[in-house]
Design a protein around this ligand. Sequence first.
Ligand SMILES: NC(=O)c1ccc[n+]([C@@H]2O[C@H](COP(=O)([O-])OP(=O)(O)OC[C@H]3O[C@@H](n4cnc5c(N)ncnc54)[C@H](O)[C@@H]3O)[C@@H](O)[C@H]2O)c1
Length: 314
Amino acid sequence: MSFKQRIGTVGLGLMGSSIATCILAAGHEVTSLVKEQNEAAPARARVLGFLMELHAEGMLKELPEAVAQRITITADVAELAGHEIVIESITEDVEAKKTVYNALEMVLSPTAIIGSNTSAIPVSVLQDGLQHPERLLGIHWAEPAHITRFMEVICGKDSELKYAEQIVKLAESWGKEPSLLRKDIRGFITNRIMYAMLREAFNLVENGYATVEDVDRSLRNDLGYWITFAGPFRFMDLTGIPAYLTVMKDLFPDLDNRQTAPEMMEKLVASGARGVSNAQGFYPYNKESAEAWEKAFIEFSYDIRKLAEKYPQE
Ligand SMILES: NC(=O)c1ccc[n+]([C@@H]2O[C@H](COP(=O)([O-])OP(=O)(O)OC[C@H]3O[C@@H](n4cnc5c(N)ncnc54)[C@H](O)[C@@H]3O)[C@@H](O)[C@H]2O)c1
């Protein structure tokens, strides 16, 4: 195997663990910074479990136990000294993230890239006050990061494009198909578009046009059927462009554009619902059915990745 640089990560929660797994499986050594050393053993077990999954799916040739040996888990930031790429995936909190970057800047070289897996904090906000803001990028992964091919590499107001391009190239060697966002915008690409869709989905349900089940069924069988294959612009090419213009002129003025969160969502969250993780959501669950949905989603994630790989973008 050719030489692969050692990559640093910060945070080994849900996403940090799958991110570390992806990078390890791609052949790198990884140093992961955690808050407390007692997080190391459970995190190591999680990563090993993901590696075993990848191996069972035929996506990892090496033995999972041997690959897991390549991760060092530490609570000492000084162990990240000398790393040229560090990917942060800690709690979604501006101040917590900035505290980590300040600590990283004390030990990293000025040209080391710091990537943040933030879902929604503008990268430009995270850059404020850094000594070298030009090396901070958004590196936005999708869960489970060791299976999905999604990645958005986002430039904040001070980011240097060359760093973003370097990450795009590297991530391709990790089996990702990254998109580059040259200017910071709230929600980046996919969340921005998904939330526009969610707003309309709540509009239909709250105003009695369709049930939650009917909205889900319709989108699953239309959008869900083609979106992994094509993306919206290719889909318009495939299905004839002019009709879309006609519909846009009619439909755009009719779409929901409210500024506030849906009442239905406020109530659900206030009732304590977190989804399958606590078996309370838009649908009824018990412990067993919630676990079955989680398991099926992982199986589907592997299946859809394998299917998508049969139909390359280019
Ligand atoms: N969960 C998702 O589907 C998803 C998708 C895309 C992006 N993200 C983003 O990824 C980040 C992490 O999300 P998550 O779902 O893994 O959350 P999580 O709560 O599962 O994990 C966060 C981890 O960060 C650790 N942490 C907190 N402060 C730390 C510090 N100073 N040093 C080291 N570790 C620290 C916590 O102990 C915890 O293990 C967030 O910014 C989130 O918005 C999550």
